[in-house]
Write a protein that binds this ligand. Sequence first.
Ligand SMILES: NC(=O)c1ccc[n+]([C@@H]2O[C@H](COP(=O)([O-])OP(=O)(O)OC[C@H]3O[C@@H](n4cnc5c(N)ncnc54)[C@H](O)[C@@H]3O)[C@@H](O)[C@H]2O)c1
Length: 275
Amino acid sequence: MDFKNKTAVIVGGGGGLGLATALEFARAGASLVIMDGDQKKLEAAGAVLAGQKIPPPALSLRLDVSSAAAVAEAFRLVDQAALAVNFLINAAGLREVKMVYDLSPEEFQRVVNVNLCGVYYCCREAALRMRSLGGGAMVTVASVAGLTGLPHRPAYCASKHGLVGLSRNLALDLGKDGIRVNVLAPGTIRTPMTEAYYSSRAFLDGLDELVPLGSQLGGSQDVARAAVFLCSEAAEFITGACLPVDGGWSAGKSYAIGQSTPYTSAGSGSVGAVD
Ligand SMILES: NC(=O)c1ccc[n+]([C@@H]2O[C@H](COP(=O)([O-])OP(=O)(O)OC[C@H]3O[C@@H](n4cnc5c(N)ncnc54)[C@H](O)[C@@H]3O)[C@@H](O)[C@H]2O)c1
């Protein structure tokens, strides 16, 4: 991949999947604009880049993506620094793990405001600039929770399903302006957001049941490389796609691996629509 003379705006690039993606874009030659809500993470990200002999970000901006005004101001600063917005990666997000009985309306609203509205605000600002440039590419990090229900995550699932729909709409509307829009749907990847899971043997055993390639194989670099691919010329005819990066989890989500299913027990041949 050769992203020389291109700028990648990585929202949520202060840590986790966003930082891993920033590293991959920088290795491919892109200049970076890193945006994140946490100043300490932005500083730590700068240190990680320096540790890998990667030039510092052209801009490092703290913002709360759930504020449309803050997002507009951040992109104004990108313009002021005379940086093009060639690529946008949306990797800022949060989640609440609670059932509907316990999740307050305010908590629901906060997750949707950050995970879904924040992505809309960033896509809008980026699209306006990419249209002027004659094209660009956006990749949003959704989740397997955007493809199927996950327990105890009403707001997270709603926001992630919303991201898949939003990105499909944008792919339709922006294609004529040369702007490609795709979504990644990672399974469980070890980052600060999921770190607590990895001390639970029972959780990992359960995940191994669901993930054909195993729970431990995938890392943040797998999500990062998929984002680089989707922004590259190798993906020039790909838009509106939702790419799972989940070790096969979503391929068989309806049934546990090895379990007998209505499809296997009904024998072969055409039995009409079953779903
Ligand atoms: N790690 C996983 O297993 C996994 C799986 C599927 C999807 N995802 C999604 O990937 C994205 C990145 O997750 P991660 O695992 O890297 O988590 P993370 O917590 O390590 O990183 C999320 C980043 O978003 C930033 N952020 C949070 N709220 C913000 C706000 N209001 N404004 C600006 N920045 C904000 C945080 O400061 C942080 O740097 C999230 O959208 C998450 O839902 C993660």
